[in-house]
Design a protein around this ligand. Structure first.
Ligand code: 5GP
Length: 121
C-alpha cells in the first residue's frame, strides 16, 4: 500500500480541512482528536507523507524524528499532563486497527486511562 495524499490528515496538513491546532513545529503538527476518548486526546502527526510507523521509523530523517518526538513533549506540557501522566498510542496496519493512513500518535490523558489493552482472547 502506498501513501494516499487524499487522506484526511494530508488534507489537514494542506489546510483544506480545519483542525483544532495544539502545537506545530517544522516537522510535526498536533491537533485535538475529533472524537476524544479522554479529557486530553491530541493527535501528533509528522508533516511528511508517512503512511504508518513502518515508513516513519524506517525512512524519516533524523531531524523529522527529533521534531516529532519534541512535539510529543511540547503537547504533553501544553496539555498539562507532564506530571499527571498520559498514554501514547500508535496504531499500525490491520491488526493495530489504524484507520487514517498517515502516521499519527494519540496522546491521551486527563484521567486514569486504565490498563493498557483489554484481553479478548
Ligand atoms: P487511528 O484509528 O487511525 O489510530 O485513529 C484515527 C483518529 O483520527 C481517530 O481517533 C479519529 O477520531 C481521528 N479523526 C478522524 N478524522 C478526523 C478529523 O477529520 N479531524 C480530527 N481532528 N480527527 C480525526
Amino acid at each position: 500500500m502506498s501513501y494516499d495524499s487524499e487522506n484526511i490528515f494530508a488534507k489537514i496538513l494542506r489546510g483544506e480541512i480545519p483542525c483544532d491546532k495544539v502545537y506545530e513545529n517544522d516537522h510535526a503538527l498536533a491537533f485535538n482528536d475529533i472524537g476524544p476518548q479522554a479529557p486530553v486526546h491530541v493527535l501528533i502527526i509528522p508533516k511528511g507523507p508517512y503512511l504508518s510507523s513502518n515508513e516513519f521509523c524506517a525512512n524519516a530523517t533524523d531531524a523529522e524524528l527529533a521534531g516529532f518526538m519534541r512535539a510529543i513533549h511540547a503537547v504533553a506540557e501544553k496539555a498539562g499532563v507532564l506530571d499527571s501522566g498520559y498514554r501514547l498510542i500508535a496504531n499500525a496496519g490491520e491488526d493495530g486497527h489504524q484507520e487514517v493512513p498517515h502516521f499519527h500518535v494519540h496522546l491521551v490523558g486527563g484521567r486514569r486511562i486504565g490498563p493498557m489493552i483489554k484481553r479478548v482472547d
